[in-house]
Design a binder for this molecule. Structure first.
Ligand SMILES: Nc1ncnc2c1ncn2[C@@H]1O[C@H](COP(=O)(O)OP(=O)(O)OP(=O)(O)O)[C@@H](O)[C@H]1O
Length: 190
């Protein structure tokens, strides 16, 4: 499995944000997208997710993706466990209860499983969104600022999850302005 960019350029609002971006991520690989505010990190993640078309170049991905963005994809009115089950049912039938249980534990969310998502704190909601990605079973993780709002312990948990995902053959593309320990990741400096 792979995720590759070939000479990708991005234009938004009539302005060229970046051009000539190429990388090739194979099973077990990771890349970190860095750069100042407004340079186009989120746009690059959206291009990888096919939510935005490249202005030039091409993107290929031959497997399923899970996307984490600033906006929570979890239904605010469902309890956390119900919101996760809703997505797991979409991503992988029959419902992957084992993966959800593992993700809840990995993000220390068991005690919050029966709380409506709308009542979670900012950091808790971010952890829940990461749990959704981890529970999806998708080989490619596209993470836009996953460490935003996380405390130190949660950042360490996120780093562990990414490492475990790669160790089992997954791919991670991570845009972050916060330092994250992602060993041997390619750096895509915009
Ligand atoms: N829908 C849009 N239409 C026009 N311009 C946009 C649109 N979305 C984003 N932009 C512009 O594209 C530029 C890059 O935005 P993007 O969110 O990709 O940057 P970023 O590197 O992720 O920034 P940050 O570090 O602040 O999150 C910004 O100048 C932004 O205003």
């Amino acid at each position: 499995m792979s995720l590759a960019f070939r000479d990708v350029a991005c234009v938004r609002g009539g302005r060229m944000l970046f051009s000539g971006v190429s990388f090739d991520l194979q099973s077990g690989d990771a890349a970190v997208v860095t750069g100042p505010n407004g340079v186009g990190k989120s746009s690059l993640i959206r291009i990888a997710a096919s939510l935005l078309a490249p202005f030039e170049g091409s993107v290929t991905c031959d497997t399923a993706q899970a996307l984490l963005t600033e906006a929570s994809a979890l239904d605010p009115d469902r309890t956390l466990i119900a919101a996760l089950r809703f997505w797991a049912a979409l991503d992988d039938k029959p419902v992957a209860n084992t993966r959800i249980a593992r993700a809840l534990s990995a993000l220390d969310l068991n005690a919050l499983a029966d709380i409506p998502v709308r009542l979670l704190s900012t950091g808790q909601r971010r952890r829940a969104s990461i749990a959704r990605v981890a529970a999806s079973g998708a080989p490619v993780w596209l993470l836009d600022e996953p460490a935003n709002g996380l405390d130190t312990v949660s950042i360490a948990r996120l780093e562990t999850l990414i490492a475990e995902h790669r160790a089992t053959g997954g791919i991670a593309l991570v845009a972050t302005h916060l330092p994250l320990a992602i060993p041997h990741a390619q750096e895509i400096a915009l």
